[in-house]
Design a protein around this ligand. Structure first.
Ligand code: G1P
Length: 298
């Protein structure tokens, strides 16, 4: 395999959205967890925005039962649009249109059984085909300027290969995530990944650097995933497949500028709402004085 074949453009993104969202019950009993609102739009829309900013042209959603709202959200709603038009609500109409991917730029496939994140990504293999692609885990909302995936794309243009966004967390939290071992530093600032482990047992963590839900992967990962046995939690793990591909392809860790919020937990979800609201000048001032008053009172 030549180096140039590992640096072809990344046009497609895979969004695994089949999960049940049990960590956010009861909010997610009747609506997909990806559709839970962060400030003024579904969590998933923030992630799609991040991917579009990075130049992604095609969005592959790996869905499951009960996720119809996602498909509807990224489609036109003629009746609604017509009503808004008639009422002269042009600003919100424009806002809805701007958030819509181009016609034909979305694909939906189903993960037929909850066999793990690696299996979900593998379900996208026919649609992605033989080209590099991004994976964005919508639970992880990353606030960055530019967005995390755009920062990764800029580095990918110089490194090629496979890239993973990483975050440093306290040692006691590493076991909840996938973690990486780091080696040499590239001139872009990316660090060579020398090993990966999913949900390391306390005391066996390779470092405090965890996989934070953004990946750029070469298509060879699909072959590896097709043979990957269940790992942590009895599920087919993308981390195990990446660890296997590490023998033949380079992996780089990107320590991006920004912060990540795990919206799958109540605290992370509330934090994401505050952080993203504070980016909105119309909300920031009121919110700040309210939070100051609240803290003083308590
Ligand atoms: C998944 C990945 C893990 C990563 C995490 C980030 O785990 O397998 O490597 O650190 O997302 O949220 P999950 O959250 O599905 O258990």
């Amino acid at each position: 395999m030549t180096a140039s074949s590992l640096s072809r453009p990344v046009r497609k993104a895979v969004l695994p959205v089949a999960g049940l969202g049990t960590r956010l019950l009861p909010a997610t009993k009747a609506i997909p967890k990806e559709m839970v609102t962060i400030v003024d739009r579904p969590a998933l829309e923030w992630v799609i925005e991040e991917a579009r900013e990075a130049g992604i042209k095609h969005f592959v959603f790996v869905t499951g039962r009960g996720k119809q709202a996602i498909e509807d959200h990224f489609d036109r709603a003629f009746e609604l649009e017509e009503t808004l038009q008639r009422r002269g609500k042009t600003a919100v109409l424009e806002r809805l249109k701007a958030a819509l991917p181009a016609p034909g730029a979305t694909s939906f496939t189903r993960q037929q059984a909850p066999l793990g994140l690696g299996h979900a990504v593998w379900c996208a293999r026919e649609i992605v085909g033989d080209e590099p692609f991004a994976v964005l885990l919508p639970d992880m909302l990353v606030r960055g300027r530019p967005g995390c995936l755009k920062q990764m794309m800029d580095i990918y243009a110089r490194t090629g290969g496979n890239l993973i966004a990483v975050d440093e967390v306290p040692a006691a939290e590493v076991h909840r995530y996938g973690a990486v071992a780091l080696g040499e530093r590239h001139e872009t600032g990316a660090m060579r990944i020398t090993g990966m482990v999913e949900k390391p047992a306390p005391g066996t963590e390779p470092s405090n650097w965890i996989i934070s839900g953004r990946y750029i992967l070469q298509p060879e990962i699909f072959d590896v995933l097709g043979h990957t046995q269940p790992g942590a939690g009895g599920e087919i793990q993308i981390t195990d497949a990446m660890q296997a591909l590490l023998k033949t392809q380079p992996f780089w860790a990107v320590r991006y500028e920004g912060e990540v919020h795990d919206t799958g937990t109540a605290a992370g979800f509330v934090r994401a709402n505050i952080a993203f609201a504070m980016d909105d000048p119309e909300l920031a001032e009121e919110l700040e004085s309210y939070m100051r008053a609240l803290v003083q009172r308590s």
